[in-house]
Design a protein. Structure first.
Length: 287
């Protein structure tokens, strides 16, 4: 990847995110924390019309008069990004690789969250957690995460989001929006889904699957070697064979259908974004 070109793209994204933020994130605050977006403020005497479910019976008994708990809406939100940085993300038919698209997506979403005065954190993972950025406010923090993402290469044999979800469960954060940015190519997707259910808890989860159209078909007719970018394994392929093409498509489609079904059953939001897609048109309305 051309680092200077990517940084220029990210700077353009930073300037464009104001309109995107107002269109897509303004309505999320209440729905994202339904039932959880209230902070305890104080206890005061009961007034006519107060909801009886908020009566603090301990204080009521102490003062021999009814008192209620007062809550205020939580204004500060936490947005946690789980970002796949495995070698398979370096794949792309032209200069726009899957990693390039994820950088653009992360920049768009992170700057938008920052404009809303929200905290943004990230876990970069391969088959293990490679970097954790604790949620903080500010564009400076967003740029620190992007700089790490753009400049760092990883050579793990495969990716597994389970380690990232398990790691984050042990942190202090309990209320957040969860974003998974990945091509969803995992050795055991069922295990990843099980871990995702646990870390999601009562929060919202957004799954952004990034793919390249060349992954669904053999590039040319003929006999040639294909190399797995994650584990380095190579195999000879008969590009003339219709059976080979069908088998490849079937495997990919089966994984997509599994993720779409699991996301629907568990109330995760999912969308697929191609390396040829305009990310703004794909994201508009997704939230």
């Amino acid at each position: 990847m051309n680092l200077k070109e990517i940084i220029k793209t990210v700077r353009r994204i930073e300037l464009k995110t104001k309109s995107f933020s107002s269109q897509n994130f303004s309505g999320m605050d209440r729905s994202a924390y339904k039932g959880l977006g209230m902070n305890f403020s104080e206890v005061r005497e009961y007034h006519f019309g107060d909801e009886t479910r908020f009566i603090d019976w301990n204080v009521t008994a102490r003062y021999n008069s009814p008192h209620v708990k007062v809550f205020e809406e939580e204004k500060e939100h936490v947005n946690m990004f789980f970002i796949d940085v495995s070698k398979s993300l370096n794949f792309g038919e032209f200069s726009r690789t899957k990693k390039r698209v994820i950088i653009e997506l992360f920049a768009t979403l992170a700057f938008s969250c920052s404009m809303n005065q929200d905290k943004i954190g990230a876990i970069f993972f391969t088959n293990h957690v490679v970097k954790y950025f604790e949620p903080k406010k500010g564009k400076k923090h967003v740029w620190a995460m992007l700089k790490y993402f753009i400049e760092t290469e990883h050579h793990a044999p495969y990716s597994d989001a389970t380690s990232a979800f398990t790691f984050f469960q042990k942190t202090k954060w309990k209320k957040y929006r969860l974003f998974l940015l990945s091509d969803l190519i995992f050795p055991d997707s069922k295990r990843v889904i099980a871990s995702l259910k646990k870390v999601k808890n009562r929060n919202q989860a957004f799954i952004l699957r990034i793919h390249d159209e060349m992954e669904n078909k053999l590039p040319i007719k003929g006999f040639y070697q294909l190399v797995n970018t994650e584990n380095g394994h190579s195999s000879w392929v008969n590009g003339f064979s219709g059976h080979t093409n069908r088998a490849m498509n079937k495997k990919i489609q089966k994984n997509i259908e599994f993720w779409e079904s699991e996301c629907k059953n568990n109330h995760f939001h999912i969308t697929s974004i191609s390396t040829k897609s305009d990310i703004y048109s794909k994201l508009n309305g997704f939230f």
